[in-house]
Design a protein around this ligand. Structure first.
Ligand code: KG4
Ligand code: ZN
Length: 323
């Protein structure tokens, strides 16, 4: 990062490695982090056209996440900062997601704080969070999932219909030519007055539906309808609860990030709703919606420039760090 501009955003994807297991295998992820970290750091510096001694600060994710992977990144970052004599920032993964929608388009004139308060939806394979952002570094969790995350629901529905992990992108693709009203799956907690979500029941109702209608699996057109109908149930809940929270809190802006923010139906539905309600919508660019280093760098640079205290070089990982 330099002055809010991403100079490089190297990503070592492990999807192929974990796909045969139907989810992330912690031990494999840890070993892969160890193998990839230094080559990736060199690659990032090379892409940025900078040397390591030109860095003003170093940052890494401190939590939440898988302990092994966090440990490798955090300790390497702290060691690098120590050897350079530069400040280190241990960043909260979800706080960084709050900043990712601003990376590609850039913040509005005067910074993101100008259109606060905003409501931010973070939707990934591990998390579903609704957050109120009142200003820079000021946020409050409004709600989260009480069971499965939205991305996990996409992946589990995909597994039921025989799609490879992660199934979200393929369901999105199949749903594009399916009928979202072919079957009315439940919209869990849609009318619950709180801001929490629940997705495990939806996965179960897809399973029950397939037990009663196994022929749908063998007909490509019906399979597309099934994908569209299940996706519509997930997206309706995410979009409706996000907009409702924004209106209730008098927010001016809605931001969305996390892997599920790539979903075309979610992007379209939120765009329509925000236009109707006069809300500014910032969807993370697809590159920055899924997990990435740029969002960690963006937040660390803002903390550095704002004079926030750096993180101790002895600080430990926070695998269960609450936002
Ligand atoms: O943020 P992310 O890359 O990784 C973490 O979970 O931390 O999110 C991955 C999740 C997976 O569950 C994947 O199926 C889902 O995001 N996903 C999608 C789409 N692209 C990725 N879900 C629905 N539609 C998509 N287009
Ligand atoms: Zn994430």
């Amino acid at each position: 990062m330099s002055g809010g501009v991403v100079l490089s955003n190297a990503i070592a994807s492990q999807i192929g490695l974990h796909a045969p297991y139907g989810g992330v295998v912690p031990e494999l992820a840890t070993r892969e982090h160890l193998r990839n970290l230094l080559p990736m750091a060199r690659q990032a510096l090379h892409d940025a056209g900078r040397t390591v001694t030109q860095m003003d600060a170093v940052a890494a994710t401190q939590g939440p996440g898988l302990p092994g992977a966090l440990l490798i990144g955090l300790k390497a970052g702290q060691a690098l900062a120590f050897s350079l004599g530069k400040p280190f920032f241990g960043i909260h993964h979800h706080e960084a997601h709050l900043y990712s929608p601003w990376i590609a388009a850039g913040p509005p004139e005067g910074g993101p704080a100008k259109i606060q308060p905003s409501v931010s939806l973070i939707v990934s394979g591990g998390h579903t969070l609704l957050v109120e952002v009142r200003g820079e570094f000021q946020h409050r969790v409004l709600g989260s999932t009480v069971d499965d995350a939205a991305g996990e629901c996409f992946d589990k529905v995909g597994k039921l219909i025989g799609l490879a992990y992660p199934a979200g992108p393929e369901i999105d693709r199949l749903a594009a030519r399916g009928n979202p009203r072919a079957h009315a799956f439940p919209r869990p907690m849609l009318h619950d007055p709180g801001d929490d979500f629940s997705f495990s029941g939806l996965k179960t109702s897809v399973r029950h539906f397939l037990e009663k209608n196994p022929a749908w699996l063998d007909d490509p057109a019906r399979l597309r309808d099934l994908c569209a109908s299940a996706q519509a149930a997930i997206v309706d809940v995410l979009a409706a609860k996000t907009i409702r929270a924004a209106l209730r809190l008098g927010a001016q802006c809605v931001t969305v990030s996390g892997g599920v923010a790539c979903n075309s139906a979610l992007r379209r539905q939120l765009a329509e709703a925000c236009q109707r309600e006069g809300l500014v919508l910032r969807l993370a660019d697809k590159r920055y919606a899924t997990d990435n280093a740029a969002m960690i760098g963006v937040l660390a640079e803002r903390k550095l420039l704002a004079g926030q205290p750096p993180t101790s070089l002895d600080a430990d990982i926070q695998p269960n760090w609450a936002l």
